[in-house]
Ligand binder design. Structure first.
Ligand code: C2E
Ligand code: CA
Ligand code: CA
Length: 559
């Protein structure tokens, strides 16, 4: 039994109250059950929240110090907001929990006055959602800013999964408000159960939840966790005797703890979630690892927008050669962007940004038109019979108007469809396989070639491949570059070549940098090759000078 005016709260590493002992009623004006699952800051006034942050930060400062601090305890005065509107000034002390105790931190609160104080301080803003009994969006911010981040060790990262129910509006409209609320409660419970011991769950908006996790490699932990989360959501919910099934789209974003900005992190998670929706819902999407600081990302976004408007982007062209004859077969168009402020930005960096902020459609049509125009121009030069390969984003292909625009473009630029080839990355196939297979068939019927790019880096299913029916498969350079030295890479490349030939597709090896690799590719029966060994991507004027010369014919393919 704790002495009067003292209570002990057991907190999780995320700072959520897991259990309480002692005089919660006299300190908080509430039962232990009502406090469970809440964030301590939801019970603190504004000034005390800042003190709490300090206390928590101090407690977690670092592993070695922590034991020393924990032995003595970390102490701070706080003011608790009671349920009845009064206040209890307390002295708070944090220590590490013993092995047998629940939670990982024990918070001891000792009242500093005989009875609660009234008035004088504004009531704390609500950090809690009454419907689901979870932290709300403000609570999520408080959780991340005042407990998760200050409690991090050097090198920890934080991952948030933004979970948005699919078609929730139809539940609301079809079953009514009460059922919809029961569904939200049930989903909240399911999320809480499956996240226990992993992270904290919040309800950040109507049908949107958040799971917050911190760790050494939080993104990797999330990759393991999210499939279980999807299964938990998909379990039939018992709503008033009726069984309902809901699904959700999940977006995950990760950031180093030392530079977390709550709004930026939430925005990235929310973009990733929208991406999951666009990929057909009931799936998840991980925002790509952010190597760039948010400010650079933001700068790329705004500068890219301007660059598109001002026509500051350019296409470069890299030749693709026929390995048997050494003849030039085609050129791949690759986007180039030199920005006055940012310097040269690689398409590997700005294409994902363009996809994320909705610029990919206009950027994509610009590239296609430009490439078709260029190819048509070269076609008019004597002896030039090579095709043009253009990278298209899966998002671009999924837009309803894509085919109509493409037809119009081929016509207005006077390019025969057979001279155009579209490259789609292999990873695009898994998300919208059926639609892309149909699109591929339509493009083939039109006479346009379709290549699978970066083959080997995605998750390839042979069935997709068969239905997609590509005219070409481009083997990713990570395999190609190893064939001269690694028997394993050689075996993979050989298998891909055989398989591609079996489905009637030609094979292009990317990233050929050495004569040895080139010779090995010819031995394996690879049809075409592209890489620095032959030429780097270059501006159209250089291509033209080059087409005029005999350089290509002189290429020594024998290695
Ligand atoms: P990708 O389609 O796999 O393009 C090949 C990339 O490999 C290009 O990088 C090219 O410069 C590089 N490369 C070519 N030969 C060699 C070599 O021998 N060794 C090495 N190490 N690299 C080589 P780049 O231009 O930076 O493009 C990166 C990616 O950006 C492209 O990969 C493509 O996925 C995307 N991309 C480029 N332009 C466009 C575009 O217009 N639209 C779309 N949607 N994506 C584009
Ligand atoms: Ca490509
Ligand atoms: Ca590629």
């Amino acid at each position: 039994m704790k002495p009067k005016g003292v209570c002990e709260l057991h907190l999780s590493a995320c700072g959520l109250i897991e259990s309480c002992e002692g005089m919660t009623q006299s300190l908080f004006g509430e039962t232990p059950t009502a406090l469970r699952g809440q964030l301590l800051p939801s019970r603190l006034g504004a000034k005390s929240r800042a003190s709490w942050r300090e206390l928590w930060r101090e407690f977690w400062r670092d592993g070695t110090r922590r034991d020393a601090v924990a032995a003595a305890g970390t102490v701070q005065d706080l003011t608790l907001a009671r349920a009845d509107g009064a206040w209890t000034p307390v002295c708070a002390r944090l220590r590490a929990a013993d092995a047998h105790e629940p939670g990982c931190v024990v918070l001891t609160l000792r009242a500093l006055t005989a009875s609660p104080l009234r008035g004088g301080v504004p009531a704390p803003e609500a950090l809690h959602d009454a419907l689901t009994d979870l932290p709300n969006r403000r609570g999520a911010r408080e959780l991340i800013e005042s407990t998760v981040v200050p409690g991090a060790y050097e090198g920890d990262s934080i991952s948030v999964a933004c979970v948005d129910l699919d078609n929730f509006r139809s539940v609301n409209e079809g079953y009514g408000h009460d059922v919809a609320e029961s569904v939200l409660r049930a989903v909240g419970d399911a999320l809480r159960r499956c996240s226990a011991g992993f992270g904290c769950v919040c309800r950040t908006a109507g049908d949107e939840f958040l799971v917050v996790h911190r760790g050494r490699d939080s993104a990797e932990d999330m990759r393991e966790f999210v499939p279980a989360l999807m299964r938990a959501i998909h379990e039939p919910l018992d709503i008033g005797g009726e069984q309902l099934i809901v699904t959700a789209s999940v977006g995950v974003a990760t950031r180093e703890c030392r530079d977390v900005d709550f709004d930026a992190l939430m925005q990235r998670a929310s973009h990733a979630m929208s991406r999951a929706k666009r990929l057909g819902r009931n799936t998840w999407y991980f925002a790509p690892a952010q190597i760039l600081p948010d400010t650079r990302q933001q700068a790329i976004k705004t500068r890219l927008y301007r660059a598109i408007q001002l026509g500051a982007l350019e296409l470069h062209y890299q030749p693709i050669l026929d390995l048997a004859s050494g003849q030039l077969r085609s050129f791949e168009a690759l986007m180039r962007w030199d920005d006055a402020q940012l310097g040269r930005v690689s398409p590997g960096v700005f294409i994902p940004v363009a996809e994320e902020c909705g610029l990919i459609a206009s950027l994509g049509s610009w590239t296609l038109r430009q490439a078709c125009r260029q190819a048509a121009r070269w076609r008019r030069m004597p002896g030039c019979r090579h095709a043009i390969a253009v990278n298209v984003s899966a998002l671009q292909l999924q837009r309803g108007e894509f085919e109509v625009e493409l037809r119009a473009m081929l016509e207005s630029e006077c390019l025969e469809p057979g001279m155009l080839e579209l490259e789609v990355t292999e990873s695009a196939l898994i998300h919208d396989a059926a639609h892309l297979a149909e699109m591929s068939a339509r493009l083939r019927a039109l006479g346009v070639g379709v290549a699978i790019d970066d083959f080997g880096t995605g998750y390839s299913n042979l069935l997709y491949l068969k239905h997609f029916h590509p005219s070409k498969i481009k083997i990713d350079r990570s395999f190609v570059q190893g064939i001269a030295t690694s028997a394993e890479d050689r075996a993979i490349v050989r298998a891909v070549i055989d398989m591609a030939h079996a489905i009637g597709a030609r094979v292009v090896a990317e990233g050929v940098e050495s004569a040895q690799v080139c010779a090995e590719l010819r031995r394996l029966g690879c049809d075409e090759a592209q890489g620095y060994l032959f030429a780097r991507p270059c501006a159209s004027a250089d291509v033209e000078a080059w087409l005029g010369s005999t350089r290509i014919a002189a290429l020594d393919l024998q290695g």
